[in-house]
Write a protein that binds this ligand. Sequence first.
Ligand code: PBG
Length: 324
Amino acid sequence: MTFPTVRLLRNRQTKELRNILAETALHKSDLIMPFFINETLQEKKAVEKMPGICQHSFSSLLPEVERIVNLGLSSVILFGIPEEKDPHGNVAFHSHGVIQKAIQEIKKHFPHLIVIADCCLCEYTSGGHCGIMEEGKLNNDATLASLQKVALSYAESGVDIIAPSGMMDGMVQAIRAGLDAHHHEMVPIMSYAVKYASQFYGPFRDAAGSSGDATVDRKVHQLDPRQSREAVREALLDVEEGADYLMVKPALPYLDMIYQVKTRTLLPVVAYQVSGEYAMLKLAAKQGLFQEWEVFYETLIGIKRAGADLIISYYADEIAKRLN
Ligand code: PBG
């Protein structure tokens, strides 16, 4: 049977019909809000390249967390900017480090908020490298020992989920073993399993102060955008190493990978709508090219339709406002 007996427009005639037929939904509980905490600040400071986003001081953090809790969001991911960096990024596992303190403060006041901590060295090494460098080369295995210590210090501070983002071989296995050896076997790992070497991280490096020096070349550990089967291998290896969630990042240019990870594994899939995606839409909306809320909603629905169960987005609070 076909036209004119079949008419697809019948089901699209009214908002009510479109609503009851909607296949994809976006809920507040799907969204994870990122926060930057800068321990050198007395008050919050706007991030120039990300309109609407701030680096927080310890005093501006809690009111802001309270605001997003009141909006009905249930989870946050934290990034820290330490006062001092060192060549090996050892400040990252200091027991009174910026993230360790932030986790404790947030969990003390908002025990039900899910606190996720990004676990990488790039914000803590003086060169901005995600790992330990030796004679100009990334030492993957030496980096694992540091990541174990960082993850353990986050767990001891009361974090709910550890999110290793450095794309080191064996990072999930190492962190799992380190946590388990210290009785943190119930702390889940959200692995940045499929993380591409992307231009879209540009504004983040400004926000997190992790641009680094001229020798930083993340292409030696992050995925090449021309790869897709290698990305699936990354995801499958992380499943075997004991990951509890798999992340794909960035989101919009990699919807095919969100779909593949969803269909080829059984783990919850997290997509990260990264800083460059946020800034691009935000700036274009400011120029009048798009309706801001509508364009963000459309991209987030697209990311969910591709298979994401959860989405990290700098626009999470604005979406929550409108969904209320
Ligand atoms: C690494 C990390 C990065 C992002 C999240 N975790 C930066 C990088 O790999 O250079 C990027 C997130 C974004 O662009 O919003 N700690």
